[in-house]
Design a protein around this ligand. Structure first.
Ligand SMILES: [Zn+2]
Ligand SMILES: [Zn+2]
Length: 315
């Protein structure tokens, strides 16, 4: 029998991925993943100034819910792309993004909510010098570097099956992990976003259990993060996507700490209102379970540490 996914037409697989993930999201809601409350920080959020959001991804709506739920501080990290083929290239300007966030910060500060100006930059080695120059001229409070699957990527739904055919997991993931390793080594970013989102792109050809069975695949990227001091982001979006686990999972976070890594952030990576803080409490539980006491963050100056448990003083 042939693998059912392999003879799906590509369009079908793209659509079915969306449908499957909608079901995963609903199941997570039923299991309480939508109920994150009383948490100090969400470091990864997109608004309508990112091209891949829904119209209800409004900054003020996030802020109102954050207050209602007791989430004390948000970093707004809309997409910044350097490759003209990528969706966010010239979608919104630095000035628009900064104005939107700084004005919201002023509006919401009296209500006890801190809103920080961040960005999620798509890292590609080919654009590293451009990103460095641009970041020098365009300061943010907090900057995430992420490797994404652009229109020409091998991991796009319409070509991934052909790409993985006959490849080992190590071979299939090598181009992705090499790029993530370079993003950490660049030293440009406070954290690396969803460091193993390739887990999502490779379903159903390789499953999260296949990744778990080959922890050595993560060693070079974790070493780069430890040596550069770049934070690992525990990204909760994987809980509503095909992997059904955070990017990365608890075992990878544990290995990072064992290797001497100390810097960890947590973000929900919402692109619509319903995804705001989704799975965030679960990501905090993971961090707590790993023995992490404070998250790494930046508010424009030096790195700061934000205690996991709310109400403690921040240093
Ligand atoms: Zn991303
Ligand atoms: Zn994102």
């Amino acid at each position: 029998m042939t693998n059912p996914a392999a003879d799906d037409t590509d369009t079908n697989w793209r659509r079915s991925r969306r449908e499957i993930e909608a079901d995963i999201f609903q199941a997570g809601l039923a299991a309480g993943l939508g109920e994150s409350r009383n948490l100090p920080l969400d470091t990864h959020l997109h608004t309508i100034l990112s091209p891949d959001t829904e119209p209800d991804a409004l900054l003020d709506a996030y802020c109102a819910v954050a207050i209602e739920r007791g989430i004390a501080e948000l970093a707004i990290t809309d997409h910044v792309d350097f490759d003209p083929l990528d969706q966010a290239y010239s979608f919104s300007t630095f000035e628009e993004r900064e104005r939107s966030v700084r004005e919201a910060a002023e509006r919401w500060a009296p209500h006890g909510l801190a809103v920080r100006f961040g960005a999620e930059i798509t890292y590609q080695r080919a654009y590293e010098d451009d990103i460095r120059d641009w970041l020098r001229k365009h300061p943010h409070d907090f900057v995430i570097g992420s490797v994404h699957s652009g229109p020409t990527s091998l991991f796009e739904p319409d070509r991934v099956a052909a790409y993985v055919a006959g490849k080992s997991l190590a071979d299939a993931t090598a181009p992705y992990f090499e790029e993530v390793t370079a993003s950490a080594r660049s030293g440009l970013f406070d954290s690396i976003g969803h460091m193993d989102v390739v887990k999502r792109w490779l379903v159903p050809h390789f499953m999260p259990a296949d990744f778990a069975a080959e922890p050595e695949l993560y060693e070079p990227v974790l070493r780069a993060m430890v040596e550069s001091g770049t934070a690992v982001e525990i990204n909760a979006s994987g809980l509503r996507q095909l992997p059904r686990e955070t990017y990365p999972n608890a075992a990878v976070v544990a290995r990072y700490l064992e290797m001497g890594g100390r810097a960890v952030t947590i973000g929900s990576d919402a692109h619509r209102m319903g995804w705001f803080a989704y799975g965030l409490a679960e990501a905090y539980r993971l961090a707590q379970g790993a023995g992490i006491e404070a998250l790494t963050f930046r508010r424009g100056g030096d790195r700061v540490w934000v205690p996991l448990a709310p109400g403690r003083s921040q240093t």
